[in-house]
Ligand binder design. Structure first.
Ligand code: SF4
Ligand code: SF4
Ligand code: SF4
Length: 271
């Protein structure tokens, strides 16, 4: 599906714009706050399911729904610094993850002492806490942070280094069955997919060393690489057996070498 990125973009813009409406009418609650009020909100349930499904569908939550990710993608297109791919900083991720849960537990215990927690009841709407305006403000602040960070740092910096949901998603996404798959018979190693990837994943390395399977757990399955490939070599596909796929797929370097030999041969015949 060549135009998959158009659908992705459309869906993400819709989610970005309707998030404050959700807060206004359904008061879903941010995950962080849900923890320290001791409630399980709709947002917690949705993200819980998306995290559990990462070994199957990878990071579709990060690539198709999250308004923070969408905003940072929009701004990082105009990034002041053209930064290359950098691996996530594991120590920073771990530190933020621990801080996230430590503060959540602390707030929860403080609220419990005051007798105002809910004992982790499922309250999808979270309406009774009447925090709608607060959430809308947080939404504006979050979007502003995403815009600024997107303009100043490498692509998806917050997703790779800070977001605790991203950290959990990346663990499952290491085993994702849904992947961008490159047809090594068609690929010309032009590098366009790497240049335009929303996360700046080192696609060429993956194509050369991983027989065309993009298994990087930071991939958000946005489909941008599918759109930009000039020879239609990229598809988002389910790969159930990575080992078998790699055994059957030719090495792209061998294919290109073969193509060049054939080209030279034809040239010599025409001379
Ligand atoms: S890593 Fe976090 S901020 Fe980034 S897209 Fe995923 S959920 Fe959103
Ligand atoms: S854009 Fe297509 S041809 Fe170019 S490197 Fe990527 S997969 Fe290969
Ligand atoms: S590899 Fe392709 S699908 Fe994955 S994040 Fe990059 S552009 Fe999107």
């Amino acid at each position: 599906m060549k135009n998959i990125y158009s659908y992705n973009f459309l869906i993400r813009i819709v989610f970005l714009l309707i998030t404050p409406l959700f807060f206004q009418y359904f008061a879903l609650g941010f995950i962080f706050h849900a923890f320290y009020w001791g409630v399980i909100t709709f947002a917690v349930i949705i993200w819980g399911v998306l995290i559990l499904l990462t070994p199957l569908f990878g990071r579709i939550g990060c690539g198709w729904f999250c308004f923070f990710g969408t905003t940072s993608d929009l701004s990082s297109k105009h990034s002041i610094f053209k930064m290359k791919w950098k691996k996530p900083k594991l120590w920073l991720r771990t530190l933020y993850f621990v801080l996230f849960f430590a503060t959540s537990i602390t707030f929860y215990l403080i609220n419990k002492q005051k007798g105002i927690t809910h004992g982790f009841e499922v309250i999808p709407g979270f309406i009774e806490l009447n925090f709608n305006q607060h959430y809308q403000l947080v939404w504006v602040i979050d979007i502003s942070i995403a815009l600024i960070v997107g303009l100043l740092l490498e692509r998806r910096w917050v997703c790779k280094n800070l977001c605790p949901i991203g950290s959990m998603c990346s663990v499952g996404a290491k085993h994702s069955r849904l992947l961008p798959v490159i047809d090594t018979n068609l690929c010309t190693l032009c590098g366009q997919c790497e240049k335009d990837c929303l996360v700046r994943i080192p696609m060429l390395d993956e194509i050369k060393n991983n027989k065309g399977l993009i298994t990087n757990p930071e991939c958000i399955l946005c489909g941008k690489c599918v759109e930009v490939c000039h020879v239609d070599a990229v598809k988002l596909k389910f790969v159930w057996d990575r080992k078998k796929h790699k055994e059957n797929e030719p090495n792209v370097i061998d294919i290109i070498r073969k193509r060049n030999i054939e080209k030279n041969h034809k040239k010599n015949i025409l001379k």
